[in-house]
Design a protein around this ligand. Sequence first.
Ligand code: 13P
Length: 284
Amino acid sequence: MPFGSFKGALQDGLKHGYAVGQFNINNLEFTQAIVEVANEEGSPVILGASEGAIKYMGIEYMAAIAKAAAEKSKVPVILHLDHGGSFEMVMKCLRHGWTSIMIDGSHHPFDENVALTKKVVEACHALGVHVEGELGRIGGVEDDLTVDAREAALVQPGEAVAFVQATGIDALAPAIGSAHGHYQGKPDLAFDRLREVRDLTGLPLVLHGGTGIPDEDIRQAIRLGVSKINVNTENQSAFTDAIRAVFAKDQAVYDPRKYLGPAREAIKDAVRAKIRLFGSAGRG
Ligand code: 13P
């Protein structure tokens, strides 16, 4: 089928208390694994395309591979720009057939984030394309934040209302203390903030940095209005661990299919577990 509706999938998740997984794609095998397992589980799925992965795969290849996967799929597959940094990047993706966009203006001052996000929403909505925006700063694993710095990085609920009203976004990624990459300690999510943002905005919310968040915290986030969860690092690690295991057994392997095949299977196992945890199985 053609690419699915981003807003439709997230609204359905919000209504029925589940989250749709965004699994980032890094190559052909990631795309195949994610879409295959989504079909096996009967789950809608979002393919996350970061600017780095677009550069690595080539935008034409990525668009063609994702489109082929969606057309073969019996469940909705959505191709989503992850952390788009500029209006120009958004335009490039729209030109190549993306049907949903994340514009990340969170590193700009609030007013500039509003202006950039609003401009992207106007262009995207004119084409029927949905938009996710970000507020607060979602860290990376290298961020060793002090209490004050953590507080400054978290979403401010009052700002969230103003942001949603001024921009017209379809989904919001509020920074609540999750981070991209492997966590050093146990993640400390600001659930009160999440609840407040949900109550004030009513929008589907997005949780970034899904790798390494304990299952119970994931369930709690979904109960508090998260209807999209992003995962990348866990699949990258599963993929690479499987390749390492092949070579640990036999250094002489040279046929890429002999190590990329098991790596693709490893991603399937990881994605299947997340789809079941997010409650999206059978919702496609
Ligand atoms: P992880 O790599 O920590 O799973 O986060 C992915 C993500 O949030 C992409 O936007």
